[in-house]
Design a protein around this ligand. Structure first.
Ligand code: C5P
Length: 238
């Protein structure tokens, strides 16, 4: 049983822990997210290892800096062969466009497949209080949609967004635009530090293409069973 729309987050400090989870999930999960926790601890070898296991990789390093630095950082990551890379949309249009253009150019020069480039809109952990403290003028959904439109215009392939904003983003950006949603919690699961969450089924119904799931699988007593329950719920949506 598997569903290629499920991306399991390998949020560990140690490569062995990540590899153990991949082994436990076996053929049920083919797509993994390597984020800053694992990458900063163990470096690029974990990405190469996942590729050697024939797994797809979302390298979630959320770059956010001046245009040239982000673009060149992505070009360095390109050689690892991840399927998805990401940057913060709040870095602005010029940063996103420079990044997309340079990544495409470097992939062509190297003769390798260009990874999808995705923008972070508003983190799923941000709640109303955090939002008000930041002092942005529009509400969270409008801001997420605004950033998604900007990402589309800059030539990016999609966004990471809360499942609660996926529907508005889908309407604004069309069917081809990828929407990846973290903040997934099966009914009754612990919310942890997330805020704008949804169940796997609701996220898909709202238009998500991929679901990123961390603690509900990783911290489960039986991760494989937890993954299977999520996959069943996803398959039932169709
Ligand atoms: O454990 P949990 O399911 O909350 O993990 C969600 C994963 O998705 C984490 O690795 C987190 O870094 C990532 N993520 C997120 N919100 C975003 C982008 C990525 O939660 N906007």
């Amino acid at each position: 049983m598997n569903d290629n729309r499920l991306i399991a987050a390998l949020d560990f400090h140690r490569a062995d822990d990540a590899k153990n989870l991949v082994a436990k999930l076996g053929d049920d999960v083919n797509f993994y997210k390597v984020g800053m926790e694992l990458f900063y601890a163990v470096g690029p070898d974990i990405v190469r290892w996942l590729k050697a296991q024939d797994k797809k990789i979302f390298l979630d390093l959320k770059l956010h800096d001046i245009p040239n630095t982000v673009a060149q950082g992505l070009c360095s990551l390109l050689e690892l062969g991840a399927d998805i890379l990401n940057i913060h949309a709040s870095g602005g249009f010029t940063m996103m466009k420079t990044a997309a253009d340079q990544l495409k150019l470097r992939a062509e020069q190297l003769g390798v497949a260009r990874p999808k480039l995705i923008a972070i809109t508003v983190l799923t952990s941000i709640n109303e209080t955090d939002w008000n403290d930041l002092g942005w003028q529009s509400n969270m959904t409008n801001q997420a949609v605004r950033l998604a439109r900007l990402a589309l215009k800059a030539g990016l392939d999609g966004v990471v967004a809360s499942p609660r904003e996926a529907k508005s983003i889908r309407e604004a950006c069309g069917d081809q635009f990828l929407i990846i949603t973290p903040g997934i919690r099966p009914a009754g699961a612990s919310i942890d530090d997330q805020s704008r969450i949804a169940t796997p089924a609701a996220a898909l119904q709202n238009g998500a293409d991929y679901l990123v799931v961390g603690r509900p699988i990783r911290a489960a007593a039986d991760p494989q069973q937890a993954a299977r329950a999520i996959i069943e719920e996803m398959n039932a949506v169709g």
